[in-house]
Write a protein that binds this ligand. Sequence first.
Ligand code: 5AD
Ligand code: FES
Length: 349
Amino acid sequence: MKVKDILEKACYENILTKDEIKLLLMAEGDDKELLFKTADSVRKEHVGDEVFLRGLIEFSSYCKNDCFYCGLRRSNSQAQRYRMQEDEIVEVAKRAYQMGYRTVVLQSGEDMYYTKDMLCSIIKKIKSSVDVAITLSIGERSYDEYKAFKDAGADRFLMRFETSNEELYKKYHPGMSFEKRIECLKWIKNLGYELGTGFLIGLPGQTIDDLAQDILLVKELDADMIGIGPFIPHPQTPLKDSKEGSVDLTLKSIAILRLLIPDANIPATTALGTLDPLGRQKGLKCGANIVMPNVNDLEYKLKYELYPGKICINEDATKCRGCIESIIVSLGRKVGQGKGQSRHYKRFA
Ligand code: 5AD
Ligand code: FES
């Protein structure tokens, strides 16, 4: 089957076989350009020219897990740890609102210091102060906690499954289980959150077959938001000597998922912008429609080191927003107004 035919099928049926996805992941030259162009026009047709900005608040760099790739892993004794207190988090959310953000993403390592009640209180305080959507990105919790956060006013939840290859998952996530991860994602979806998930590109040992499977799993989980980023080796982790993930494969994965879930929200991730100075622009041109600038103070930004070399780390939050707005305009796109709920999201029951 030719790439052109596969793309036609993807646009028409929104589903592809694993082999078809693999062919798209391996496309080069004109075929690759056609994939990107098709994804860009599907993006335009289904979610328009607006690029929505999300204000990212990384509120704790503590983590109880030990993921092999992540700079925040608990075994990294050189990591700089901080925890923002409740009022400080609420203040930063208000500041984000004043800067124009209508979604804030509360992200942290898996830090059980923040109890169910504390997080509910933070969510409620933000919701009663400013009119923003709240996205949580805090990892695995119990069903009861996910439900309490939703009842408190959280709207969306991001949690990547990182890799669908169970063997690799086990190897790189000591003490964690893939099955549990998927269970959490299903709970989140069933509780009525907008669900965001995705994976890492280029984990050592990952194959094209695995990536095709990752893409199919995002489709199967029926994600409303899709986060895909290249792996970047962190010098204080066991994967420090591994090769970084491919920008090209990341762009192709974004493009393919735009075809399979045309109305999803897909960010051009910071990791993409870190490996390629034009990475975010390229992402926005092959299917992405979201950017997530950090709104924290410099002091915290420097300490939240998932991977080295993160872009925008020395920029103050206002400058960062200005810079991203000019990128959006230079691409002939518009800065999204309003909360930018995923068009894929359907409230049920
Ligand atoms: N390189 C790229 N992405 C990383 N993440 C964690 N560590 C790295 C790394 N070294 C990603 C994970 C996680 C998200 C918050 O950051 O995919 O889900
Ligand atoms: Fe924190 Fe992986 S090291 S969730």
